[in-house]
Design a protein around this ligand. Sequence first.
Ligand SMILES: NC(=O)c1ccc[n+]([C@@H]2O[C@H](COP(=O)([O-])OP(=O)(O)OC[C@H]3O[C@@H](n4cnc5c(N)ncnc54)[C@H](O)[C@@H]3O)[C@@H](O)[C@H]2O)c1
Length: 243
Amino acid sequence: MPGHRVALVTGAARGIGRAIVDALAADGFHIVALDLDFEGSDLVESGSLALVRYDLTDIAGIAALVASLGRIDVLINNAGVQPGLAIDDYTEAARERALAVNLKAPVELIRTVSQQMLERHRAHPSGAAGRIVNLTSVAAFMAHTDLWYGVTKAGIVSFTRSFAARLGPQGIQVNAVAPGPIDTDMLNKAAQPERRAELMQRVWSHRTGTPQELAEVVRWLAADAPVILNGAVIDVTDGCFLR
Ligand SMILES: NC(=O)c1ccc[n+]([C@@H]2O[C@H](COP(=O)([O-])OP(=O)(O)OC[C@H]3O[C@@H](n4cnc5c(N)ncnc54)[C@H](O)[C@@H]3O)[C@@H](O)[C@H]2O)c1
């Protein structure tokens, strides 16, 4: 896709990722939309939109996948799972899946995608080499009834800062967004009802955020945020968490 900025969006079939695809496409990006499952998604492959079916629990395959995709200017680590389990109900499989999708896969994606961004920086040291946006959550900062989900989201804050420190001097921005409740399957079907109720008592607008509202923040980080915004976590919480 020469001449176009290319964004790789994970978890793109539905929810927040689906809205990010629209926001970036409207900004002129070509999109590589990655998901485990496109069933029921209205995304349609086109000259500017490639669909990639991939299960991000396959960490070992990520380097080869990224090598097969060509140029990537922007990486949006959006895919995530919330098992919605109390700690005593967690199975090893549920815990490993959350750790793989929410933590290991985005780290491996950043590690591999940033290699081509670093090559671009070496070739054009004054140009923008790439941008990375990670989806964390208010769960990173609050007590959470799904303990392992909270742990993974806190880990995303940690690796956002670590990668920003490593890659920022080479012209790569690595930032994160921490949403409150957003109207998606994850909130409405996966999250525990008590967690949803807790968040909804706190939000100021008395409603869930829309995926489109959140996608606009991600688009800004991916396309327009100044270079000095790096290693940041932008809270999009509607008041349910303040710091
Ligand atoms: N919805 C919220 O209230 C909320 C709040 C805070 C943070 N977040 C975060 O935002 C991100 C998106 O959440 P959402 O609400 O849109 O979730 P969602 O469950 O509606 O969509 C997640 C997408 O990720 C895909 N996915 C899951 N496992 C995958 C795997 N192994 N490989 C590839 N794709 C996989 C799913 O198929 C799905 O299309 C997540 O990281 C989530 O933790 C959501």
